[in-house]
Design a protein around this ligand. Structure first.
Ligand SMILES: Cc1ncc(COP(=O)(O)O)c(C=O)c1O
Length: 407
């Protein structure tokens, strides 16, 4: 009989972990994992060796002589990439290196949100951002996502309604470039409109730019922050998708009045030195070439998954091909309950994200699901999607099989 901690835990903890790690299932189409063969192992090793020889003794101090915002050469390298790739000239002193962009999201939430506050989110949205808001007891208002990004007429209406009730959203959260999970890209016109609305109603924008290195055509629209001259956009991004999630390096860019509130909330003594050092060198010399190659690899996997989905699900699955990234968002007929599909498929080794977790309104997500193609091999994509279609047919009668297949 082990000691009972239950009465000692504080109130309102998240649900406990379901189980200890038992390894990946045979067909894993969840999580923002990347293509294993594309991890630039040797270049990162070489970069690390070079920086360690030059700056290794800086490990003797917290923050490596760069203060609490993160290794300064990394901040400088990121600033250079943001200027050349994202048209966003950035002062390295307006940047905080974080443990993935998830820590950036936590810090922003910690600085701005209390239970009962309101934020505005896209109707389909990054599941971990939604679960964070739920955990914090924050209300969120949903805005539809069209093929060219958040619906601005609705956003205007929601902001006006809040204002008329004497209320105000703490921020508008958006993933404008390769939106997670819809894979859409917000048009430049809508970015400008969002900024105009943010100004009109005095609400900040929280721009999560997780996937913008991975647009298929290699071009990325200007970040919303780059279009702003009033310091009203808080920006976060990450190396998880462009290089590797296990590095756990992301960053927040914000004007000093915000950043100075985030820094004291980051109480971990700084992010790991070795990964910051390796990335600083890598970003200066090889990032763009690496990402160009990675895009090609991911696009090939995306195309394969789209063609297997078409072959196996036909018109049963409604899909808008993503404009980049690592996932496909799929809408099924109303009779397909994807919570149930996910459960039954998991028991057979096929793991998918049910749409309820990726929709601000879980009920509307009930017949949708997300498939990630970054990590599985071509063979796993082919076999896993085929098996998923069989399971779906067994459970829900669709997609039709054999002679009845609708094309
Ligand atoms: C939209 C979005 N934001 C943030 C993250 C967090 O990434 P990380 O903490 O690995 O940087 C993810 C990961 O999948 C994501 O999809």
């Amino acid at each position: 009989m082990s000691f009972d901690y239950t009465p000692l835990f504080r109130n309102n903890l998240p649900a406990p972990a379901a189980a200890r790690w038992g390894g990946f299932p045979k067909y894993s189409f969840i999580g923002g994992n990347n293509d294993a063969a594309s991890v630039p192992v040797q270049p990162l090793l070489d970069a690390l060796a070079k920086v360690m020889q030059r700056d290794g003794q800086q490990l003797a101090t917290y923050g490596m002589n760069s203060g609490p915002q993160g290794y300064r050469p990394l901040r400088e390298a990121i600033a250079k990439l943001l200027e050349t790739n994202a048209h966003m000239p950035t002062d390295p002193d307006d940047m905080l290196i974080t443990t993935g962009s998830n820590q950036g999201i936590d810090l922003v939430n910690d600085a701005f949100l209390s239970a009962g506050d309101t934020v505005i989110v896209e109707e389909v949205c990054y599941a971990s951002s939604l679960s964070r808001l739920r955990y914090l007891g924050v209300n969120y208002v949903l805005i539809d996502v069209d093929e060219d990004g958040m619906n601005m007429a609705q956003l205007d209406q929601v902001l006006a309604d809040l204002q008329s009730k004497g209320s105000q959203a703490k921020y508008i959260y958006t993933i404008p470039t390769v939106q997670n999970p819809s894979g859409t890209i917000m048009s430049v016109e809508k970015r400008q409109k969002m900024l105009d609305l943010a100004r009109k109603y005095g609400v900040p924008i929280f721009e999560d730019d997780c996937y913008s290195d991975l647009t298929w055509d290699g071009t990325r629209p200007p970040t919303i922050r780059s279009m702003d001259d009033a310091g009203q956009v808080i920006y976060c991004a990450t190396f998880s998708k462009s290089i590797a999630p296990a590095l756990r390096i992301g960053y927040v860019v914000a004007d000093w009045p915000v950043l100075s509130q985030l820094i004291p909330l980051k109480t971990d003594g700084g992010c790991g030195a070795l990964e910051q050092m390796a990335l600083a060198e890598f970003c200066n010399t090889q990032f763009n070439d690496h990402v160009a190659e990675l895009r090609g690899t991911l696009k090939a996997k995306c195309d394969l998954m789209l063609s297997v989905l078409d072959e196996q699900f036909g018109t049963t699955a409604e899909i808008i091909p993503p404009k980049g990234g690592i996932f496909i968002w799929i809408t099924m007929p109303e009779e397909v309950d994807t919570d149930k599909l996910a459960k039954v498929a998991a028991a057979q080794g096929v793991v998918i994200n049910p749409g309820s977790e990726w929709s601000a309104d879980p009920v509307s997500g009930r017949h949708r699901f997300r498939l990630c193609f970054g990590n599985p091999t071509h063979a796993q994509i082919r076999e896993g999607v085929t098996l998923l279609a069989e399971i779906c047919h067994e459970e829900f009668g669709v997609p039709l099989r054999g002679a009845n297949v609708e094309r």
